[in-house]
Design a binder for this molecule. Structure first.
Ligand code: AP5
Length: 210
């Protein structure tokens, strides 16, 4: 089983698919968004600075994200899903050369029309630790407002307000082109139709990882 690099715009299903593949295939999952939110929740001065960037929908500095990522993975014993990293070609180079460094991997691009994603994200609710993801329309919890797994109250992420979401989409569109070229040149890119239902997307990803 190859390491899996999940690329896609905000709301394309990276977190949802990661959770499913952790269950089905035993992957370890690392999300730079989750790592950054954990740093914010510590309330440190660094956390405050990270929050001010995330609240605008901009990218946190490459150096900081790379440092956080390296401190939170152990490739010697696990296969990873990289969710939300890389976000630009510089991060893609670091992942390829300094982190994966010859270990087999595939980059999967979750392709979804951007306008459809705004609607998905506005209807997203997550558990307070961000690990369990729901959608009021396509994937609702069994009991309104409550996480099926933890039983705690569901929340809406602060950066899921429409105007911030639109900026996150612009940032994605600005950075994604060169990154896709990078993976195409290495013959490592698989693009899948992520507008299908959740199970249909999982099936397509499973076909790329062996
Ligand atoms: P991050 O947390 O990574 O957010 P993101 O990339 O914008 O992605 P999302 O978490 O919004 O969406 P997702 O693709 O995981 O979709 P989900 O599965 O939840 O990053 C947040 C911020 O942190 C960034 O803006 C940046 O500031 C910073 N950051 C993070 N990484 C960084 C990096 N490497 N460098 C610099 N800065 C970084 O699904 C969305 C919704 O759709 C859910 O409600 C779900 O139930 C539903 N859904 C999922 N799949 C389907 C489907 N097939 N059909 C219908 N509904 C579906």
């Amino acid at each position: 089983m190859k390491n899996l690099v999940l690329i896609g715009p905000p709301g394309s299903g990276k977190g949802t698919q990661s959770n499913i593949l952790v269950e089905k295939k035993g992957y370890a999952h690392v999300s730079t968004g989750d790592l950054l939110r954990a740093e914010v929740s510590k309330g440190t001065e660094l956390g405050q600075r990270i929050k001010s960037v995330m609240d605008l929908g901009e990218l946190v500095s490459d150096d900081l994200v790379v440092e956080l990522l390296k401190a939170n993975i152990d490739l010697s014993s696990k296969q990873y899903i990289f969710d939300g990293f890389p976000r630009n070609v510089k991060q893609a180079e670091v992942l390829d050369q300094e982190i994966l460094n010859g270990t087999a991997y595939v980059a999967v691009l979750l392709d979804v029309d951007i306008e459809k994603l705004i609607n998905r994200i506005v209807n997203r609710r997550v558990s307070s630790d961000g690990k369990h993801i729901y959608n009021l329309v396509s994937n609702p919890p069994r009991k309104t407002g409550t996480c099926d797994v933890t039983g705690t109250h569901l929340i809406q992420r602060e950066d899921d307000k429409e105007e911030v979401v639109r900026n996150r989409m612009d940032v994605y569109l600005r950075e994604v082109g060169p990154m896709i070229e990078f993976y195409k040149n290495k013959n490592l890119l698989v693009t899948i139709d992520a507008e299908k239902e959740i199970d249909g997307v999982t099936e397509q990803i499973m076909n790329c990882i062996n």
